[in-house]
Design a binder for this molecule. Structure first.
Ligand code: PEP
Length: 249
């Protein structure tokens, strides 16, 4: 069984008042039997880590470079994020794949950089609306999984997030049946590739997760948590999602 994880992705949002909200999260979750992470924009990481220090909340970044250092103006190395106190790095989010042309190979190299820095990559995959309409969903996510997850012995450090692109930030959530079908396929692929260890890789669902739908989503087989965008910005929206998972462990 994999340990559950609820992770918030602030994307390029947030500021002083959003950071202040982390005090509420830290106070509410001093200890927890699940993993809870918040991924603010890079400039806020050190401050965010300071606020949640001593609580059950861990901090994650939203991206990193594939290289450990070098002439890459504006980029951030995984080792730097680890030094700041990050425990997770999101890699291959569909917004980065679209905005920055990131390929599965780039995503795998980033995930490897995260593992090399002793953090956990949250590796995002998911189909477009056109691919779903064309009946290609399982084929697309299987290929993304195979190519975006690096060959590694640190299987216990991996996290995979299934995020159908058409459900991200749209308010449109995949149906329970759609989530069950994809998560079942992803689990089978992970076990095929990594054996028993593949059972322990947390599989998150992402795409318009909210207080009102989290419980139903968490009840789906092979859903081990959520990657939450919009609803992670305010504690009043995020805490009910965390609590829905806590009620299930
Ligand atoms: C995301 O950013 O990964 C995401 C799932 O966003 P939202 O929850 O807003 O759809």
């Amino acid at each position: 069984m994999s340990r559950k994880l609820v992770a918030g992705n602030w994307k390029m949002n947030g500021g002083a008042s959003t950071l202040a909200g982390l005090n509420d999260l830290a106070a509410a979750y001093q200890e927890a039997p699940i993993d809870i992470a918040v991924c603010p924009p890079a400039p806020f990481l050190a401050h965010a880590d300071h606020i949640v220090s001593g609580s059950a909340i861990e901090i994650g970044a939203q991206d990193c470079h594939t290289a450990a250092s070098g002439a890459h103006t504006g980029d951030v190395a995984a080792g730097m994020l680890a030094e700041l106190g990050c425990a997770y790095v999101i890699v291959g989010h569909s917004e980065r794949r679209a905005d920055h042309g990131e390929t599965n190979a780039t995503v795998a190299a980033k995930a490897q950089a995260v593992l090399d820095a002793d953090m956990r990559p949250i590796i995002c995959i998911g189909e477009s609306l056109d691919q779903r309409k064309a009946g290609q969903t399982l084929e697309v996510v299987a290929e993304q999984l195979a190519q975006s997850v690096p060959d590694t012995e640190a299987v216990h450090q991996l996290v995979v997030a299934y995020e159908p692109i058409w459900a991200i930030g749209t308010g449109e959530v995949a149906t329970i049946e759609q989530i069950a079908e994809v998560h079942g396929e992803l689990r089978a692929q992970l076990v095929d590739r990594f054996g028993e260890e593949g059972v322990g890789v947390p599989l998150l669902y992402g795409g318009s997760v909210k207080a009102g739908n989290a419980a139903d989503i968490f009840d789906v087989a092979h859903v081990d948590g959520a990657l939450v965008g919009g609803a992670s910005l305010k504690p009043d929206d995020f805490m009910p999602i965390v609590n829905a998972m806590l009620a299930r462990v």
